[in-house]
Design a protein around this ligand. Structure first.
Ligand code: SF4
Ligand code: SF4
Length: 274
């Protein structure tokens, strides 16, 4: 039955595992935060939602062009929470997308969702790594399907070679050199970081370690309208001119690039001389 519920919610894959197992991947502080949200955490469900909308010119990362995935994925997971509440009437079910202390990628890999990319991403053929992850945390012991942990990607190393900041290493990502992180950072950047921005084609995010990955050579399009329709592919200086934080949020508040306000976007445009 959960299979049908996740499919109806638009998930391309899902799985679940005991929280005690996922806790092995978590620092103590994150476990404390989880227990603040859910005092007796038992099960974590995790699902993947595709977002690829095709090759389109623009200067925003592909993940940020559609509706804000935090809102979309959480809303879609809420339909599953409602389904679970009928089955487990005394349970608490907490949906989240990229905004909870749970390590979503580790949860996905432990459940066998997709492959473990060397770029640190979940790769889910035929959607490639263009998937958002979301979780449901609950104090119920949910009946779970069997699982086999994810295999590794082919390990071609193209992502490591292509990374413009040299941020990708076998051990993980150095956020001080990762353009996905730097384009979102507030305030002053170092001269080296500014030079990276100057040569970067995007003013929000970075898709390079995804675009070079062979699993992303011809990804399947997302079936979800929130990520396929009404896209904002690019922002120019004129789009931001005269906007205050409030009017910026009124115009773009349903987009994932809006949470920092207009300042980092203006700075990033200026770094490129635009
Ligand atoms: S997002 Fe860009 S800068 Fe960050 S690790 Fe990937 S290729 Fe490197
Ligand atoms: S580019 Fe190669 S090494 Fe990197 S994630 Fe893709 S398959 Fe793995």
């Amino acid at each position: 039955m959960l299979n049908e519920a996740f499919a109806a919610a638009g998930a391309a894959a899902w799985g679940g595992l005991p929280f005690s197992e996922l806790a092995e991947d978590m620092p103590p502080a994150a476990i404390v935060k989880v227990e603040e949200l859910c005092p007796s955490p038992r099960t974590v469900l995790v699902a993947a939602f595709p977002y690829y909308a095709g090759e389109r010119p623009g200067n925003l990362s592909l993940y940020a062009r559609g509706r804000d995935y935090h809102q979309v994925v959480t809303g879609r997971l809420n339909t599953i929470c409602n389904f679970l509440k009928e089955k487990y009437q005394n349970g608490a079910f907490l949906p989240a997308a990229d905004n909870s202390p749970l390590p979503e990628r580790q949860a996905a890999w432990r459940c066998g969702i997709g492959l473990r990319g060397k770029n640190g991403l979940v790769i889910l053929p035929p959607y490639g790594s263009y998937v958002f992850l979301g979780t449901i945390l609950t104090d119920v012991e949910v009946d779970l399907p069997s699982r086999t942990p994810s295999a590794h990607c082919v390990g071609c190393g193209k992502c490591l070679i292509a990374c413009p900041g040299g941020a990708l290493e076998e051990a993980g990502v150095d956020l001080d050199r990762c353009l996905s992180e730097l384009t979102q950072r507030k305030g002053e950047l170092t001269a080296d970081q500014g030079a990276l921005l100057k040569n970067h084609p995007l003013i929000w995010g970075c898709d390079t370690c995804q675009q070079v990955c062979p699993y992303n050579a011809a990804p399947a399009l997302s079936p979800l309208p929130e990520f396929r329709e009404g896209l904002v592919d690019a922002l120019e200086g004129a789009d931001l001119e005269g906007l205050t934080n409030r009017t910026f949020r009124e115009r773009y508040g349903d987009r994932a690039f809006a949470w920092r306000g207009p300042a980092p976007l203006r700075r990033n445009l200026e770094a490129r001389g635009e």
